[in-house]
Design a protein around this ligand. Structure first.
Ligand code: HEC
Length: 222
């Protein structure tokens, strides 16, 4: 069964969200400057240029990861059916984050207040950020700079395709998917979501020297 409509709709949502991120980058800089997170991370102020650089890199990384997961998820749903695609979702998420870490030293993770896989549990900073997004329903990314790293967070909202595995059992989640989910994730808390609910966040950590690495690679190419 093909799902071109879902793909098109999702890509539109993605593009709109990213456009909004771009327009709101100025606000994001201000948000992180007056940070409510100092109790969980000792924050170091970034210059405005560095802030913008990391917002752009984070947005791009999240976009690529998201697009990659969705494209493969759709393919797996079409070609292998719900049971295999549920398993696949698990393996693929781990694989991409591994290769990012190896190639660029970037750590990327999806986390939530209502977990499907306990391995994706938030640390204390991520929990604070999740609670904040839950309250504000903001779409703005957040950056926090610490001694060794720059952390980027951006919210993940429920799109139509997500309901297939995160919606209401037997209504949105088909029986066969439900069986697979219950087998693989006996303590699954990530069902019963509705469209546009906040599902979680991308948490992306860049090494502090990421920017200079980027410039080195860039200069070598020219
Ligand atoms: C084919 C089923 C399927 C679809 C469709 C799906 N997911 Fe998931 N989702 C899963 C599975 C399985 C996991 C657990 C992955 C793991 O083990 O790391 C998961 C985990 C997650 C997590 C990580 C946190 C956690 O609870 O472990 C987030 C965030 C998430 N999904 C968001 C989404 C969003 C947003 C969409 C729609 C764009 C979506 N998912 C579509 C099956 C699906």
């Amino acid at each position: 069964m093909k799902r071109p409509f879902f793909i098109t709709l999702y890509m539109m949502i993605l593009i709109l969200t990213l456009e909004r991120c771009k327009n709101e980058q100025k606000d994001t800089h201000n948000t992180s400057a007056s940070s409510p997170f100092t109790d969980v991370a000792s924050e170091i102020k970034l210059s405005k240029n560095d802030s913008l650089f990391f917002v752009q890199e984070g947005t791009l990384t999240a976009k690529q990861l998201y697009a990659g997961i969705l494209a493969r998820l759709n393919k797996a749903l079409d070609e292998q059916g719900p049971y295999e695609s549920v398993k696949y979702c698990n393996h693929y998420a781990l694989h991409i984050t591994d290769s990012l870490a190896k190639t660029f030293g970037i750590k990327a993770k999806r986390t939530s207040l209502k977990l499907r896989n306990p391995k994706n549990a938030p640390d204390s900073l991520e929990k604070t950020i999740l609670e904040m997004y839950q309250q504000t329903m903001s779409k703005n990314p957040i950056i926090i700079s610490t001694k060794d790293s720059v952390k980027f967070f951006t919210p993940i909202y429920i799109a139509p395709i997500c309901l297939h595995c995160h919606g209401i059992p037997n209504k949105d989640i088909p029986d066969v998917t439900l069986i697979a989910l219950n087998q693989l994730y006996p303590n699954d808390q990530a069902k019963n979501y509705e469209l546009y609910d906040i599902r979680g966040i991308w948490s992306i950590t860049f090494p502090k020297n990421y920017q200079s690495k980027f410039h080195t690679i860039h200069n070598l190419k020219n």
